[in-house]
Each structure stands twice: as C-alpha cells, then as structure tokens.
Design a protein around this ligand. Structure first.
Ligand code: SF4
Length: 252
C-alpha cells in the first residue's frame, strides 16, 4: 500500500484542469515572432536556410502551414526569429497561418469563416474519424494523447470514433500519399453531411517536406473546403483541442 502511495506522490497531478491556459515548457516551439526590422538580404538568407520552404524570401514571413518547427532560423538568426511557446495557432483560413514581420497578435480563428451549422449541430457533441493519409505516426500519436488522462478531450464531448458513419467529420494527417488518396475520398463520402474537414500537422496542410513529390496526390485537399488548419510537426494536443474549442465556440 505504501508503495502505491509513493507512486501516486511521484506522479503528482497529471490531469490538466484548464486546457485553455495550461503552461507548457519554454522549450516548446509554438507561434514564432519575427523582428519588424528584417532586411531583404536577411529574408533571403533565412529563406535559403529553411529546409521546408516556409520562409518568404522577400518579406521573411513564416508560413506555419509549411514550417517544420526545426528551429534552424532561430538558431542562425536569433535577432530576427524566435519561437514562443504559444500553442494556440489553429486557423480557419490558410492565409492566417502566415506570421508576418513584427506580428504580435496571436493566431486566432476567423469567426466569419466558421460555417453556421457547425456550432448549431456540433457544439455539444462532436465525433471525429481520423485518417492517416501517408502520415508518419507523429501527429497520430498526439491525437491519441488528446483522449488520455492528462488532456481528457472527451470532457467537452469531442471524441474519436471508429466508423466514418458514426462521425461528424474527418481529421486528416499526413501529406496524402497516392495510395491513400482514394481511401480518403471513400472515408469522406461515408461520413454523413454536414461534415467537417480538419487538417492536422504540416504534412496535411501543405505536403510538408513531401510537397511536390510524385508519391503524393492532394486532389481531395485542393477540391474541398477545409474547416480548420492545425499546424505543428507534430501538432500538440493542446493546439488541437483549443483549435476545436474555438471552432465550436466553446469558452471552457
Ligand atoms: S523553424 Fe520553420 S521557418 Fe524556421 S527554418 Fe525551420 S522550417 Fe523554416
């Protein structure tokens, strides 16, 4: 019995009571901040060193939909780039994922871009089917963590389900490999309308390091309305949960 009590004491409190304001490690790389004083020469240098093509060579802006959060830019040019540990970086519009020079504002969803039926139908209960479309299991593991004892996303009525017929939307990870392209379509068609499409992670949003590869086929992403973009490489469970809560209009 004493052994069990000691284990409990060692573990401490794991449950996250306030998912909206949970402090995370200072080492976590979330929303970047870019100096307003960057010159065109520095922007070009930063773009050249970025392995993901996420930095605009003219302005120096970072596209979170492409960024792999490798930290190379901040290490090479700390006077220009740094990463905060702000994990609330989900957006309803892809263009809002672009962090501009001197931008101090956090990334937030655009309320006007949220389809009205989403909040009316799914605010109290949202079931999601996850599709790993050529993913590497990193975002998938983080999505699995959203339901664990720490984050307990189910407390808000948001859960993953096994069947698309039971789901209100699909959550896509991975760059969408050619082999998964048709399977993704089939899963979407099996989900009853109105249905959400949520992209999680850099690979799903832009193809990531695989962008332009003949092994990926992104027709589905390009031909459908995307309700929510959740950046990260992989995306943090708190980024996913907060993005969904913002989309659904949940305060707490
Ligand atoms: S952290 Fe992002 S923007 Fe910076 S070099 Fe890496 S991929 Fe590029």
């Amino acid at each position: 019995m004493l052994k069990e009590i000691k284990i409990l004491a060692d573990h401490g409190k794991q449950y996250v009571p306030d998912l909206r304001n949970q402090p995370v490690s200072a080492l976590f790389r979330g929303r970047p901040v870019i100096s307003a004083d960057i010159t065109a020469a520095l922007a070009g240098r930063a773009a050249a060193l970025c392995p993901a093509g996420a930095i605009d060579g003219n302005s120096g802006a970072i596209d979170l939909g492409r960024c792999s959060f490798c930290n190379e830019c901040a290490l090479a040019m700390p006077e220009v780039y740094r990463f905060t540990n702000d994990y609330r970086i989900a957006a309803t519009r892809k263009e809002d994922l672009v962090i501009k020079l001197g931008q101090a504002d956090p990334v937030r969803i655009d309320e006007t871009a949220v389809r009205k039926e989403i909040r009316r139908l799914f605010r109290q209960s949202l079931k999601l089917r996850q599709v790993s479309a050529g993913g590497d299991n990193s975002c998938e593991m983080e999505l699995g963590a959203t339901g664990n004892v720490n984050f307990d996303m189910g407390r808000y009525g948001i859960e993953f389900v096994a069947s698309p017929r039971h789901a209100d939307g699909i959550v896509i990870t991975g760059p969408v490999s050619e082999n998964m392209s048709r399977a993704l379509e089939i899963c979407y068609e099996a989900t009853p309308a109105p249905r959400l499409i949520i992209l999680v992670g850099t690979d799903a949003i832009s193809g990531g390091l695989f962008a332009g590869s003949p092994a990926i086929k992104r027709n589905f992403i390009e031909n459908h309305h995307i309700d929510l973009y959740i950046p990260g490489n992989p995306a943090h469970p708190l980024t996913f949960i907060n993005g969904l809560m913002d989309l659904l209009g949940k305060k707490q």
